[in-house]
Structures are given as C-alpha cells and as structure tokens.
Write a protein that binds this ligand. Structure first.
Ligand SMILES: [Zn+2]
Length: 344
C-alpha cells in the first residue's frame, strides 16, 4: 500500500460518510474502513511492516493522517445525524405552548332553578324575603289552616301523596302555601315573603303534567293592602318576567284560601294574543293564581283581619319555563338530556 492508495481510500471513505443517511449506515461505513480487523484503512498498518527507512516514516504519517481524517469525519457525521434525529423528533412532537387550551366545561343552573332565582330577584326589589319550608307536611298546615277541612271539594284537585305507615297523616305538600301559614304563625305582620319549592300531586305524567313540580308563592300582609296592590305587584312581576310590552289580564277565579280570587294571564307569546295552537286559540296563557288572603286564613295564622289584609299568589316555574323556551313537553326539563340543558 502506498500513500496514494491511502489518499484514494480516504476520499472514498469521506464520500461514503457524507452519503450515510442514518446512524446504521454510518456504522457500516466505519466498519468497512476502520474495523480493527479487515478495515480498508486499518489494513494500512500491516503494510507499514513491509516498508523500510524513510518510506516507512512517510507512509506512517500518511496512515495517521488518513486515520484521523476519517475518524474526524465519522465523528462529525455522527453528531449531524444525531441532531438531525432530534430535529425530526421535535418536528413530530411539535408543541405550541402559546396555543389556547381546549377549555373546561362549566357547570350551570337548571333552567327552572334559574327562573326561580330570577323571580326571587324581581320580588326582592319589592322587599320580599325568600323563605323555604318543609316538603313533608301535615294535613293541618297543607289543608285545614288554608280553609280546606276534610271532605272539602277543593282537596280533589290536590291529589295527594300520603306517606304510608306514618303515625300521623304525613303527606308530600301539594302546594307551597303551608309555608304562608308557618310564616304567619311564627312571626308578626307585616309579611312580605316569596316561597319557592317542590310540591307533588298524583298526576299521570303527560306533556303538561309531572307528579313532582315546582311552585313559587308570594305573600304580602300589612295594614291597608288592597286588590290594587295585588294587581300592581303582579303586573310588575309578569312584565319583568315576560317583557314590558306583554299584556297582562286578571280574571275572577276561586280558591278556598283567597277572597276574591284572581287568575293572571299573559298574552300568548307565540301569537301575541290573536289565538294559536299553543294557547288553544285563546290568545292568553294562564300563568298564576292569586287573591286577597281569606280573613279566616289570616285568623288561622294568628293575624287579626280587622287590622291587617293581604294578598297571595302562586305560579309554576316549570310551566313558565315551558312557555318561555317553547318546549313541547314539560317532562323534557327533567330527563337530564345535556343537549337540552346545555342551551341554558
Ligand atoms: Zn297563541
């Protein structure tokens, strides 16, 4: 082997090193030229033994140069390929730290809970305090004190769930009105309360009935409270709920615990009063029952009807939610279908 041979081998090695496209290929090139046994360049060491004198020193220098040149090139290429690999990894696993996150789903109130809160807020502006009472009641507070003695025909419309096996006649309250009685019995007038809560009646579920539903009840007792106050309060409440332009009307009605009794209707939101399928051609939607508190009910609550008068009203937020959001079936509110609930 001569110095020229070594230069030729070195050129070949450098070309192949530059051409190696991954660490495995580079290793093959390394073995081909630099393997301790049988490498094309390392074989030059054996050739040294066959050369004498100056030629030997010269060949030795050429050999060392070839070896270090190729080793340097291998090392450099190895680093290039490794960092190229890291670059490829970085390309594949690219992460933009400034990219906005996917966001967390936020919880929110049920549409009926929201409506109840809204009614409480509206009435709070008129000085009404929100009050809760027990869902399990006795016959006295649910019926008798509200002018519905046993056998009273109005009880038929309050198809009642009784608690089986209870010693006293416990029942699931059929309206929120017993809280009126409990409030009057536990304090002194004036009273201005708003009572939201769950009530139950043995109705078969259908598009307009569910056995457990909600009521919001209001009671105002003070000196000199008149039907005019009732009317003004209901108009304020209903316009706050349905919009200032919405027509409101009061009709005579009957409840055992109020005298006179009035029902409030709002103009149908779909046909604006001209009559459509939703309002059964009437142009009005029944929203609320109300009236002046019956003097006997005031007496039953420990309030002297000679000194005080009052009005009460009650409405169903489930029904109002159905009307307001145009739901075809009240049961949809309680089927926990997120496609519906997430719209609120
Ligand atoms: Zn209508």
């Amino acid at each position: 082997m001569t110095g020229d041979d070594l230069q030729e081998l070195t050129r070949g090695a450098l070309e192949e090193i530059a051409g190696a496209s991954d660490p495995d290929q580079l290793e093959l090139v390394r073995r081909k030229y630099m393997a301790r046994h049988g490498g094309l360049i390392t074989a030059g060491a054996a050739a040294l033994a066959t050369v004498d004198g100056d030629g030997r020193a010269e060949l030795g220098r050429a050999f060392n140069l070839a070896k270090s040149t190729v080793q340097q090139a291998l090392h450099t290429r190895q680093l290039e390929l490794a960092s190229g690999g890291r670059a490829a990894d970085a390309e594949r696993e690219w992460l933009d730290l400034s990219h906005p996150g996917a966001g967390l789903d936020r919880g929110h109130q049920h549409p009926v809970a929201r409506l109840v809160r809204e009614i409480e807020d509206i009435m709070a502006r008129l000085g009404y305090e929100s009050v809760r009472g027990p869902e399990i009641e006795d016959d006295l507070h649910n019926f008798q004190l509200l002018n519905m003695p046993p056998e009273h025909p109005a009880r038929d419309t309050h198809d009642t769930f009784y608690l089986a096996g209870a010693e006293a006649a416990w029942l699931f309250r059929t309206h929120t009105s017993p809280v009126q009685m409990r409030t009057m019995l536990s304090g002194r007038p004036p009273f201005r309360i708003i009572v939201p809560g769950k009530v139950a009646r043995r109705d078969n579920p259908d598009p307009t009935h569910i056995p457990v539903f909600h009521q919001v009840e209001g009671l105002c007792v003070d000196r000199g409270v008149t039907v005019g106050d009732l009317k003004g309060t209901l108009e304020y409440l209903l316009r706050a709920l349905f919009g200032p332009e919405r027509k409101v009307r009061l009709r005579a009605s009957f409840f055992p615990y109020t005298e006179p009794s009035l029902e409030a209707d709002v103009a149908c939101g779909i046909c604006q009063g001209s009559g459509c399928r939703s309002c059964l051609g009437k142009g009005w939607m029944e929203i609320l029952g109300s009236g002046m508190v019956h003097p006997q009910v005031l007496r039953n609550g420990g309030v002297d009807p000679e000194q005080f008068s009052g009005f009460a009203f009650g409405m169903g937020p489930d029904r109002i939610a159905v009307l307001r959001y145009g739901l075809p079936d009240v049961r949809e509110l309680y089927e926990n279908d997120l496609r519906l609930l997430e719209q609120f």
